[in-house]
Design a protein around this ligand. Structure first.
Ligand SMILES: *Cc1c(COP(=O)(O)O)cnc(C)c1O
Length: 464
């Protein structure tokens, strides 16, 4: 499998190349040169497989010959072994034709475990083949960092440094980053906000000498391998509910567009997905774009669903690329305009987007009301991100088509919002019940690039 950049000016790469590269050198995102299509019979044969066997079947064509089948199966098994549910991504019925796809049974209680744990295995295997080490540095507002630290703990050949804004992540998120005892993962509390952390990471990547000496790599949501891993659960849910013989629809609580974009890949591979519904909170740039055709970032307003508080939705570029008929020059022109404040989509591209996606927005009040309603109707507690999804799903539902809403985090990861809506503080699952007793290990650093570089260098020497 070959991968090309959405902007057309970076070299094509194979799977391992895109795994390790992340952002393309021309500023674009890597996408498969061709999306593998599955026949109806092939999709029918996926029903009832274990999640691990299904993952193998879906990711194999994307990974190509990078690893032998046995090795790939072993990586998949290690990735999902610590999940707290044998189905890995179970579906739960919450209404006559409404379902929740529970993606929070991984170790850090959010859907990001699905992709991050597989990516950690793939990284390690790739480095095992080529020799050498890599240093992963990332900034997080919570869920990505905890998933990365957990996924890479004790993974050979990789050292991980995660920057988070001191005092601005939830206690559960912080403890998930600071309590793993593995020596190759480092949680860094930075004096500043998320943007400060992100600016520091960017500065490291822009220092090419530093980047090369430490073998810097990123695992943010634009990494193709993360998208790939997320395609799997769309197949799991749809085939369990009757695909390929019945159409389904998905509603996806969306921030950086990685998760919902993975759904569009499943659709392009042949899964009969009637619609992918983009659900946004009050930071509704994607909903506005689908409604008006104008994509213009505004200031972020903090919400009850913080993992969706974004200004620019990075993976949206991949959807635009498809909507523009894979016209790289036209995409580059739009991205130039975005640099100057925003762009207006050509009518054909807007029509193409609307044929795959629809969208909706949930206010803060609606989010709380949905948490309370779902609790009253089903006894289930849902996290605020999931509630944004359920609010929008209720408007987007079509008769006869099962609506599957992605439950992106466990309610106990965002207990304050759940308690505010229902009066009930959701308890952590048993396997994490001692999280608040575990000892924490964290370094506090000022928002200074030189200090950060020195910190990373000295820790790499210590663990070499
Ligand atoms: C990351 C995250 C999202 C947003 O996912 P994207 O792939 O960025 O659209 C939604 N909900 C939760 C709980 C998350 O952690």
């Amino acid at each position: 499998m070959r991968y090309r950049s959405t902007r057309g000016l970076a070299p094509q790469l194979d799977f391992e190349g895109v795994l390790r590269t992340g952002l393309a050198r021309d500023g674009g995102l890597y996408v498969p040169a061709e999306i593998p299509a599955l026949t109806k019979d092939a999709i029918a044969a996926l029903a009832g497989l274990s999640y691990e066997d299904l993952t193998f079947a879906i990711v194999k064509p994307f990974v190509g010959g990078a690893f032998d089948d046995f090795a790939l199966r072993e990586m998949i098994a290690s990735a999902y072994a610590p999940f707290g549910h044998i189905a890995r991504a179970p579906i739960v019925q919450i209404g006559p034709n409404d379902f929740l796809l529970e993606l929070f049974h991984g170790p850090t209680l959010a859907f990001k475990d699905f992709a991050m744990r597989l990516v950690a295995q793939l990284f390690s295997a790739s480095l095992e083949k080529s020799g050498g080490r890599m240093t992963i540095v990332g900034a997080t507002s919570g869920d990505t960092g905890s998933a990365a630290i957990e996924a890479f703990a004790n993974v050979p050949h990789v050292e991980v440094f995660i920057l988070f804004p001191d005092g601005r992540v939830s206690e559960v998120q912080r403890r998930q980053m600071t309590t793993p005892a593995a020596e190759n993962v480092h949680a860094l509390a930075i004096e500043g906000d998320f943007d400060t952390c992100q600016a520091l990471v960017k500065a490291l990547f822009n220092d090419h000498a530093f980047r090369d000496t430490v073998g810097l790599a990123g695992v943010n949501s634009i990494n193709w391998a993360r998208v790939m891993a997320q395609v799997v659960y769309y197949f799991a849910a749809a085939t369990a509910l009757g695909a390929p013989f019945r159409k389904v629809a998905f509603t996806v609580p969306t921030g950086n567009f990685g998760n919902v974009y993975a759904g569009s890949i499943a659709r392009a591979m042949g899964l009969p997905v009637e619609k992918l519904v983009i659900a946004t909170n009050q930071n509704d740039i994607l909903h506005r774009c689908l409604t008006t055709g104008i994509y213009r970032p505004e200031a972020v307003r903090p919400s009850l669903s913080p993992s969706m508080d974004i200004q620019v939705s990075s993976n949206f570029e991949r959807a635009l690329f498809e909507a523009l008929g894979r016209d790289e020059a036209e995409l580059r022109a739009l991205m130039d305009e975005l640099g100057k404040g925003g762009f207006c989509l050509p009518q054909t591209a807007l029509r193409a987007l609307r044929s795959v996606y629809s969208s909706g927005r949930a206010s803060e009040e609606e989010t709380l009301a949905t948490i309370a309603r779902v609790h009253g109707e089903t006894g289930l507690l849902v996290c605020p991100h999931t509630a944004v999804g359920l609010t929008v799903a209720a408007q987007a539902r079509r008769p006869g088509i099962p609506m599957i809403t992605l439950a992106t985090a466990h309610p106990a990861k965002f207990p304050d919002a759940v308690e505010k809506a229902t009066g009930i503080r959701p308890p952590l699952p048993l396997r994490l019940a001692d999280l608040f007793e575990r000892s924490e290990r964290v370094s506090r650093l000022p928002a200074d690039v030189t200090t950060l570089k020195n910190y990373i260098r000295s820790h790499l020497e210590a663990f070499a």
